[in-house]
Design a protein around this ligand. Structure first.
Ligand SMILES: [Zn+2]
Length: 122
């Protein structure tokens, strides 16, 4: 199962609900519908797989995706951001920049939409 990593933020989508994560680039656009991904809080921003020190927050099943320039991100997708704090456009930009460095309106982002299939607590 592929690891979907987040740097220092929470996975707020409740079990059975639909959430979405926004990523720079189009790497996640290739993830197949129906695949399950492992949700990890990765404070160290690991390049490869996380180790046991990175919290395993459960799983999500991919149900859809969207790709386009950041400026065109549909508000309905932003409203589903799995980290509640990132549902604000400026906050989202801040968080993306924390993970990826400077990001412009024209940069391509991918929204990965999933159903939360498992929630693990700390
Ligand atoms: Zn990690």
């Amino acid at each position: 199962m592929r690891q979907l990593k987040n740097i220092n933020h929470t996975f707020d989508t409740p079990l059975g609900d639909v959430g979405c994560t926004i990523r720079k680039g189009s790497k996640w656009y290739d993830e197949s519908i129906g695949n399950e991904v492992e949700l990890r809080n990765c404070p160290k921003g690991h390049d490869g797989d996380c180790n046991s020190l990175c919290h395993h927050a459960g799983t999500g099943k991919i149900i859809g995706h969207w790709k386009g320039p950041l400026i065109n991100l549909p508000p309905t997708l932003l409203a589903m951001e799995h980290n509640v704090q990132a549902r604000d456009p400026e906050k989202l930009r801040e968080m993306l920049e924390r993970g990826y460095g400077k990001i412009c309106n024209e940069d391509i982002v991918t929204a990965l939409i999933y159903i939360r299939t498992e929630v693990k607590s700390n």
